[in-house]
Design a protein around this ligand. Structure first.
Ligand code: HEC
Ligand code: HEC
Length: 373
């Protein structure tokens, strides 16, 4: 219903200058196959909790208007995101950032583009309650769950309490998200690492050398997740959509206010300042979390504001040495062939097929007279 509203690709109007981190690949943790995601001791996995979490992920009752559940902005068939540059928001609002995929979010130690939340359990209420996301009230959502007899029974079985509690709902959603992860058997690069030398095409193999050498992507996109989980200002250009829609700009100002910016910044703020919102250190302005480069084939457009529509645009951005305000990149001077090889390698880090999931059947809300005695 809310699907595919902004699937139109944005041409990347990239005004750029410098770049070139000459990286000796050996200095960085090499790309590797992902292990199973870490499971916190206080939220153990079971088929029952995952199944419950899946329903709750789809369930609009965990939102203000009854239909703005997680799945609206994290749709399996568009890479578990919205497919647009900047996410739409709760009806009547627009978001200010690109909706991140939830694929492999189980592996990050900090979530969101500026890393301001530290667990999936803590992220879910922020999303369901956030004014430009689910806009739900916690106690109202809890009461809604208590009027669904099937949920009452399931929560009781899993958590042993008489009635559902929201903290349990967030645990279930987190557990479900720990199953939305890459399956290495389906990833050409991981098959290559496992010994199938034919799994990577010639261009992808050349791209891999560039990634680890001349193009130095490994300097930040390293380890099994292809992310060092640090923050850098690369100077991603503003998204056209953001410039043209006052509702996105309203959300930016509102966020600046929520995040306690100084009056000056609040009144003049025209950019997403990224990590600065969290640390308030001037040197953190414009820094964003290095995202994973797994599953890129399914998760365009790219960057915190979705300003780059394709992997070719991303590689061109790096080739020119990032954008205005970039503090870390230098021009790479890649040939056309090298840029294409790099794209081929990036694609080989994705599964052959997207991770799709069938919509679960949601149980019904009942009046108390209809409750089983
Ligand atoms: C209105 C759209 C919208 C809704 C509804 C929504 N999200 Fe999101 N989600 C986003 C956007 C946009 C971001 C990036 C926000 C940021 O960085 O500030 C995000 C980020 C995330 C992340 C972080 C991923 C990462 O790599 O750090 C997770 C996990 C997530 N959402 C899960 C959920 C869950 C669970 C729900 C339901 C309870 C939900 N979202 C509801 C739009 C939405
Ligand atoms: C200095 C660290 C650094 C280096 C080097 C680097 N990146 Fe990045 N990369 C980042 C950061 C930070 C972001 C997020 C920027 C933003 O959203 O504003 C990013 C974003 C991306 C994205 C977008 C992913 C998404 O889900 O939106 C892709 C693709 C990407 N980088 C590929 C590359 C490639 C290819 C190279 C090598 C040519 C490279 N990066 C080199 C730090 C780096």
């Amino acid at each position: 219903m809310y699907s595919r509203r902004f699937t139109g690709a944005l041409s990347a109007s990239v005004a750029i200058t410098l770049c070139a981190t000459a990286a000796a690949a050996e200095k960085y943790p090499p790309l590797a196959t992902l292990p199973p995601p870490p499971i916190p001791a206080d939220n153990p996995m079971s088929p029952e909790i995952v199944e419950l979490g899946k329903k709750l992920f789809w369930d609009g009752r965990l939102s203000g208007n009854g239909e703005f559940g997680c799945v609206v902005c994290h749709q399996p068939d568009i890479g578990w995101g919205t497919g647009g540059p900047i996410s739409f928001g709760y009806p009547g609002t627009q978001h200010w950032r690109n909706s991140q995929t939830v694929l492999n979010s189980a592996y990050y130690n900090k979530l969101f583009w500026e890393g301001n939340v530290t667990s999936l359990e803590a992220q879910a209420p922020a999303a369901a309650g956030g004014a430009v996301a689910g806009n739900g009230d916690g106690s109202m959502m809890e009461m809604k769950l208590r009027f669904v007899p099937e949920y009452v029974a399931e929560f009781k079985k899993i958590f042993g309490t008489e009635w559902p509690h929201m903290a349990q709902a967030w645990q279930a959603i987190a557990a479900f998200q720990r199953t939305i992860v890459t399956d290495a058997k389906k990833v050409p690069f991981d098959r290559y690492l496992a010994g199938d030398k034919k799994a990577l095409s010639e261009p992808a193999q050349r791209g891999m050398k560039l990634y680890n050498g001349k193009a130095a992507c490994i300097a930040c996109h390293n380890g099994a997740l292809a992310s060092d989980q640090r923050y850098y200002a690369t100077g991603v250009p503003a998204a056209k959509e953001f410039q043209e829609d006052p509702l996105h700009q309203i959300t930016l100002r509102w966020e600046l206010y929520q995040k306690g910016m100084s009056e000056d910044t609040y009144r003049s703020g025209a950019d997403d300042l990224g990590l600065y919102h969290k640390t308030k250190r001037p040197e953190d302005k414009g820094k964003f979390r290095t995202p994973s480069l797994r599953e890129l084939k399914w998760t365009a457009p790219f960057m915190h504001n979705g300003a780059l529509a394709s992997l070719a645009d991303v590689v061109a951005f790096y080739d020119k040495g990032g954008g205005e305000g970039n503090k870390v990149l230098k021009p790479l001077k890649l040939s056309e062939q090298e840029r294409a090889d790099l794209v081929a390698f990036l694609e080989s880090l994705s599964m052959d097929e997207p991770l799709l999931m069938k919509e679960p059947k949601l149980p019904e809300t009942r009046t108390w007279a209809e409750f089983p005695k």
